[in-house]
Design a protein around this ligand. Structure first.
Ligand code: LLP
Length: 463
């Protein structure tokens, strides 16, 4: 993909965040702070997908998630094309829909040839309603309910079995089921402790010390058609070594499974590629990450003289994360001399719980004055009744006024999907932008929505 160049007008203005600031020809969306269509227009305003961000806020209100279709589609294509380029066998990319599960995102990923990784009956329902076919759906989860298992089986999707209880539940259900086994690879990686899953002390997957027992059990169950093995080592990972190691470890598992007569035809290496949230984040490109995985699996299979399994991966963050910004309207501010200046926006931890949960750091620009010099350091606070509700500590911004539009970058992953109604804030709307057109993909919640599930016992209703 050749994208246009965007000049960096000044290191010291909001335009320095534009994609392709390093003038590379091929943009990997996960290496950009802003969606790949981001521009500054003649009104000195940020434009995404050909749409002027302040005008979108006028039309749809704020906070507003603004999702750029071209960035999302480009990331999907880069994954798919890289798998085809570097892996001689069959392959399938899945979108880990936990990053942002909604009809439009699932439909776009599916239309780009991706399957969908789901982790609950709700995500299954969403993907099916988005038109995803069950042959491309894989259900994960460390505590799937019997009802979720039955829903998955009757829909025809594959089940990634996580533990003994689930195996026993599936045998008790007794229906013929395509399964994969999730195993814990015992691989450490450097990411936040809450989003690390590959180390041995993880709640996910079978303990690798029990491989023999698990394979022996599964091989004896008529109803279980074990097509593959799965592992996921964590999220927001910048190193390539852990995934290289993972390929080797998983191929050893295929060999071991064969000792029990299990023919493993699919290998799913999970997701985890990191994205750029700040200038100092330096993740590998999608192409580099896929290359690492493909080489690792291919080389290990050659060494072991095994046929190449169908290779699957299931990224979430690196597909959707960099494709979205959140636009807020700036309201009050508070100057504490010699300590700090707070500026407050009309959302916060309810639409982006990542800073308070993982101490995640974000970058922002003022969307209605993009080339204004960045002369102040302020702390961007949310509007929740919670001191920790800080979106960005020490943000470098131009002087701001109430009514200015703050665009927080790279909010596509794990923002909407983890949003809440804390303090009874209605969840924001989301628009999909493309070629100058904006389509609502998630309606803003209303006050009526907030009390939709409230029930007032009769004895209280007259009070
Ligand atoms: N596959 C499995 C089995 C996973 O558990 C995950 C993420 C993925 C794939 C996708 O990983 P990704 O490519 O997005 O890194 N809420 C946290 C992230 C939790 C990740 C959970 N699992 C955050 O906001 O950082």
């Amino acid at each position: 993909m050749v994208s246009t160049f965007h000049p960096v007008e000044s290191e010291n203005s909001g335009t320095g965040y534009l994609p392709n600031a390093n003038n590379t020809l091929v943009t990997s969306p996960n290496q950009e702070l802003l969606p790949i269509t981001a521009k500054v227009n003649e009104h000195d305003a940020l434009e995404i997908g050909g749409c002027d961000v302040p005008s979108l806020v006028k039309q749809f209100g704020s906070p507003l998630y603004i999702l750029d279709e071209e960035t999302l589609r480009t990331a999907c294509r880069q994954y798919r094309e890289a798998m085809q380029r570097y892996y001689p066998g069959e392959s399938q990319v899945l979108y880990a829909s936990k990053a942002w599960s909604c009809l439009a995102v699932c439909a776009i990923a599916f239309s780009e040839g991706l399957g969908i990784d789901i982790v609950s009956g709700g995500e299954l329902y969403t993907a099916l309603k988005a038109g995803v076919t069950p042959d491309k759906l894989y259900l994960h989860g460390n505590n799937k309910s019997v009802q979720e298992l039955k829903e998955a089986i009757s829909s025809g999707c594959a089940i990634v079995v996580d533990n003994w209880q689930e195996l026993h539940n599936l045998v008790a259900i007794g229906d013929s089921t395509r399964i994969m086994l999730r195993l814990t690879p015992g691989i450490e990686c450097h990411t936040h402790e809450y989003i690390r899953t590959g180390h041995l002390d993880s709640k996910f997957g079978f303990d690798p010390n029990q491989l023999d027992e698990v394979f022996a059990f599964v091989s004896q169950q008529e109803c279980l058609n074990c097509i593959g093995l799965h592992a996921h080592i964590g999220s927001q990972i910048f190193e390539r070594q852990p995934h290289q190691d993972l390929g080797g470890v998983m191929v050893q598992w295929i060999k071991k499974a064969a000792e029990y007569g299990l023919k493993i035809s699919e290998l799913n290496v999970g997701g985890g590629l990191g994205i750029r949230y700040t200038e100092s984040d330096d993740p590998p490109s999608i192409d580099e990450w896929v290359q690492t995985i493909c080489h690792a699996v291919k080389n290990a299979c050659t060494t072991e003289n095994l046929p190449l399994p169908k290779l699957l991966c299931e990224p979430g963050r690196s597909l959707v994360g960099s494709a979205c910004i959140t636009a807020y309207t700036i309201g009050s501010s508070k100057v504490i001399p010699e300590i700090r200046t707070y500026i407050a926006v009309d959302g916060g931890m309810s639409d982006n719980p990542r800073p308070i949960t993982y101490q995640s750091v974000y970058r922002a620009a003022i969307a209605n004055k993009m080339s204004a010099p960045l002369t102040q350091t302020v702390t961007v606070a949310g509007k929740h009744c919670e001191s920790g509700d800080i979106l960005i500590k020490n943000a470098t911004l131009p002087p701001t006024n109430p009514g200015d539009i703050l665009a927080v970058m790279a909010t596509g992953a794990y923002n909407y999907s983890m949003a809440s109604n804390y303090n009874r804030l209605p969840r924001p709307a989301a628009v999909l932008v493309s070629n100058g057109e904006a389509n609502l993909i998630l309606q803003r919640e209303t006050y009526q929505d907030l009390i939709r599930f409230d029930r007032l016992p009769e004895r209280l209703s007259s009070q």
